[in-house]
Ligand binder design. Structure first.
Ligand SMILES: CC(C)(COP(=O)(O)OP(=O)(O)OC[C@H]1O[C@@H](n2cnc3c(N)ncnc32)[C@H](O)[C@@H]1OP(=O)(O)O)[C@@H](O)C(=O)NCCC(=O)NCCS
Length: 178
């Protein structure tokens, strides 16, 4: 298997075609997509998968599949994307995560994200990594806190209309310690 990172329980690796079905299922789950404007249809997840592949080709990094090493099940993804929507801090490198509901509450997102941050600084050469989420998404904000990121403010997401409950986002940052 072509693994990028190994942690105590997890393997982070590039996407394989078989992951698409799992990802489609994850993105159709209303609870998983609660803090996004909508669920993703099958077609939208296929488009997302193509964007992830393109991002890897263009940048050499991206969102990695997270698998539990022993059972080799698709749990979700964690990794990096270039955020280039209009904001004072963009373009920037963003760390993000999404896991299937049955794998929440086990520390997997934190374990995967911690390893990713270290990989980002040590191997990919990033100086600063950002993360953001809609203010009601406390679970995601808690991952940011647990991996040592610091809240630096809030911003109004330019792609979500102003009155929408998901418009206001928290912003977290972390820098490479030399
Ligand atoms: C964001 C998301 C990944 C967070 O998942 P999570 O399960 O809360 O986070 P972790 O995997 O780090 O697990 C932490 C929880 O596992 C518990 N836990 C259980 N066993 C553990 C272990 N062995 N080690 C560490 N934590 C453990 C922790 O106590 C914590 O529980 P708490 O939330 O009740 O305090 C998940 O909610 C998700 O995929 N949401 C949908 C997508 C999304 O919103 N993404 C973010 C967009 S910006």
């Amino acid at each position: 298997m072509n693994s990028i990172l190994q942690t105590e329980r997890l393997t982070l690796r590039p996407w394989e075609t078989k992951d698409l079905l799992e990802c489609i299922e994850m993105n159709l789950d209303k609870e998983v997509m609660k803090y996004f404007p909508a669920i993703l249809t099958k077609k939208q997840t296929i488009e997302f998968y193509d964007r992830v592949q393109k991002h890897f080709l263009e940048n050499g990094f991206g969102l990695y599949v997270v698998e539990n090493t022993i059972a080799q099940e698709f749990l979700g993804y964690t990794g990096f994307m270039i955020a280039n929507f209009e904001a004072s801090f963009t373009p920037c490198v963003e760390i993000g995560w999404r896991f299937k509901k049955q794998y929440w509450g086990k520390g997997y997102a934190t374990e995967a994200a911690k390893a990713c941050l270290q990989y980002g600084f040590d191997k990919l050469g990033f100086d600063k990594i950002y993360s953001f989420t809609a203010t009601p998404n406390i679970k995601s904000e808690n991952v940011m806190k647990r991996i040592g990121m610091i809240k630096t403010g809030t911003f109004s997401h330019p792609k979500i209309y102003k009155e929408h409950v998901l418009n206001l986002h928290v912003i977290y940052e972390t820098e490479k310690i030399i």
